[in-house]
Design a protein. Structure first.
Ligand SMILES: [Zn+2]
Lengths: 196, 64
């Protein structure tokens, strides 16, 4: 849940900030990556990630909650059908902010905010994952190194199985609301297995 | 309304302004192209940051 921000709003007032962030969120879900100022990117992140969480839930109620912010139905459809399945394995951290140089006109610090849509297993190739892997390996000492390559493929198989089971959100729209927490629980289990 | 009683002397003005100092830009070396780049930022010369490429970050000499 995003912490309410203190201090001055973006733009002129609370309503202006809501509109600005709604526009930024719409553009982000339409184009997958947008260039904006650092301050706007930082304010957009909690809102965008909350909307992705709604999209992962996938039922009609969640869709209407998202539509209160992102007014464009085609963008919401794209978020629910194309973006949300990519995020199924991921527990938060749906967006990435990278700082780039200052803008020419007013020297404002700029940033790129993008949706993290690559699969979780491909993340191992990046530097951060490699660092955490070496840290884990150091903790498990030398014998764990031999066991880890054997364990990793098994975890991936488990993850894909869970993914196949849970991708039926369109049919359960009219089902009682208790279904949603159950689905979430299954999705939550998957990355936990994968990371072990 | 409070107003200054005395004109600020040239000496005071200058000693105040003598403390306005420009700091050197903090730069690190890009691990990929080994050109100077600001830390925690995509490299302006090659656009790489932590193994990912960001075309928006690239600047030519004239843009910088
Ligand atoms: Zn570089």
């Amino acid at each position: 849940m995003p912490t309410p921000s203190k201090g001055p709003r973006l733009g002129g007032g609370p309503a202006h900030e809501r509109l600005l962030l709604a526009g930024l969120a719409t553009s982000l879900f339409e184009h997958d990556r947008i260039t904006t100022t650092e301050a706007k990117a930082k304010r957009l992140r909690p809102l965008a990630e909350r909307l992705v969480t709604f999209a992962k839930r996938g039922d009609l109620h969640a869709r209407r909650r998202v539509l209160t912010v992102v007014r464009d139905k085609s963008v919401v459809h794209r978020l629910f059908t194309e973006v949300a399945p990519d995020m199924a394995q991921r527990e938060g951290g749906y967006t990435r902010i990278v700082k780039i140089g200052p803008r020419k006109g007013d020297n404002a610090p700029m940033a790129v905010i993008e949706l993290v849509r690559e699969p979780l297993s491909a993340k191992k190739a990046t530097v951060k994952e490699a660092e955490s892997a070496t840290r884990r390996a150091a903790a498990d000492k030398k014998k764990a190194d031999e066991a880890k390559p054997a364990a990793a493929p098994a975890a991936e198989v488990e993850a894909t199985e869970v993914d196949d089971a849970t991708v039926t959100p369109a049919e359960v729209q009219d089902a009682p609301t208790q279904d949603a927490p159950v689905q979430d629980a299954e999705v939550d289990d998957a990355p936990a297995k994968a990371t072990d | 309304m409070a107003v200054p009683k005395r004109k600020t002397s040239r000496s005071n003005t200058r000693s105040r302004r003598a403390n306005w100092k420009a700091l050197p830009a903090v730069l690190t070396t890009c691990p990929r192209c080994s050109k100077p780049t600001p830390p925690h930022q995509a490299c302006p010369s090659c656009g790489m940051y932590k193994g990912r490429h960001f075309a928006e970050a690239e600047r030519t000499e004239h843009q910088a």
